[in-house]
Design a protein around this ligand. Structure first.
Ligand SMILES: C[S@@+](CC[C@H](N)C(=O)[O-])C[C@H]1O[C@@H](n2cnc3c(N)ncnc32)[C@H](O)[C@@H]1O
Length: 227
C-alpha cells in the first residue's frame, strides 16, 4: 500500500521528501536513492538510531507542530504512525501542508483505530482491551485512524484517496515477529497482569493459532491529499 500511495503521490518525479515523526528511520530507509530525504523527530535518541539506518538522510530534532522548514520546501511530506501520538493533529497536518509545494502531496500512513479492534476467540478480547487502555495511558488517541479523512479536511487538505488496509490473511506471524509483539505487550501490561495471567493469555493465543480460530484485526487507515 505504501509503494502504491507513494507512486500515486509522484515519488518518481520528486526531489525533496520529508517524514514528520520519522523515529528510527524505518520508513525513510526504504525510500529510493534519487531523493533528498529529510526526517524530523522530537526524540534525539531515536534520531541517532535513524542516523545509522539512513546515513544520507538530513535529520532534524524538532516539533511537528512548528516545522523548522520554509514554506513549499518539499514535493512530498508524509507521516507514518504519528498522528495518534500528537495532541494537535490538525495543526501538524496544517504544518505539513505549509511546507509542501503547491501541487505536492501530503500523506498520512498507518494510523490505526484500535477502538474497532476485532479479536477472536472471545477469551482473548480482554487482552486487546487492556492493550488499548495501556495505549491511552501512554497518550495515544486510539481511535484517530477512523477520523483521518476529516482531519485532512479540517487542515485544509483535500483528500484524494483515503481508506483502510484490508485485513491480512489470518496466518500466524513469524516466530521472531511474535516474540517481539509479546515482549512489547508484556512491557505495556506489566501493571495490569501478573506473569501467570500473561502466560495464560499467551498459551490461549498459541492454541488459537494452532486451531485456526485466532482472528486479530486493527483497522489501519491512510490518507493522501494534494496541496
Ligand atoms: C510510533 S513512532 C513512529 C516512527 C516512524 N514514523 C515509524 O513508523 O517507524 C512516533 C514518533 O513520533 C515522534 N513524535 C511524537 N510527537 C512528535 C512531535 N510533536 N513532533 C515530532 N515528533 C513527534 C516520536 O518521538 C516517535 O519517534
Amino acid at each position: 500500500m505504501r509503494v502504491y500511495l507513494f507512486a500515486q503521490a509522484g515519488l518518481d518525479d520528486s526531489r525533496r521528501v520529508l517524514e514528520v515523526g520519522c523515529g528510527t528511520g524505518a520508513v525513510l530507509a526504504d525510500l529510493p536513492h534519487h531523493l533528498t530525504v529529510h526526517g524530523l523527530d522530537l526524540n534525539l535518541a531515536r534520531l541517532s538510531q535513524a542516523r545509522s539506518h539512513t546515513p544520507a538522510a538530513r535529520l532534524t530534532c524538532g516539533d511537528a507542530c512548528c516545522l523548522p522548514y520554509p514554506s513549499a520546501a518539499f514535493d512530498i511530506t508524509f507521516c507514518h504512525y504519528l498522528l495518534l501520538w500528537v495532541s494537535e493533529p490538525v495543526r501538524v497536518l496544517q504544518e505539513m501542508k505549509r511546507v509542501t509545494r503547491p501541487g505536492g502531496s501530503v500523506l498520512a500512513l498507518a494510523e490505526p483505530d484500535y477502538s474497532a479492534r476485532q479479536d477472536a476467540p472471545a477469551a482473548l478480547e480482554p487482552l486487546g482491551q487492556m492493550q488499548n487502555e495501556s495505549l491511552r495511558r501512554q497518550g495515544a488517541d486510539i481511535s484517530l485512524g477512523g477520523r483521518l479523512a476529516d482531519l485532512f479536511l479540517r487542515a485544509g487538505i483535500k483528500p484524494i484517496e483515503c481508506g483502510a488496509l484490508a485485513p491480512a490473511p489470518f496466518e500466524p506471524p513469524a516466530p521472531e515477529e511474535q516474540e517481539m509483539e509479546w515482549a512489547v505487550l508484556q512491557a505495556d501490561l506489566a501493571d495490569s497482569l501478573s506473569s501467570a495471567e500473561f502466560q495464560t493469555y499467551r498459551s490461549l493465543d498459541a492454541q488459537a493459532w494452532r486451531d485456526g480460530t485466532r482472528r486479530l484485526y486493527v483497522p489501519t487507515f491512510f490518507a493522501w491529499g494534494r496541496v
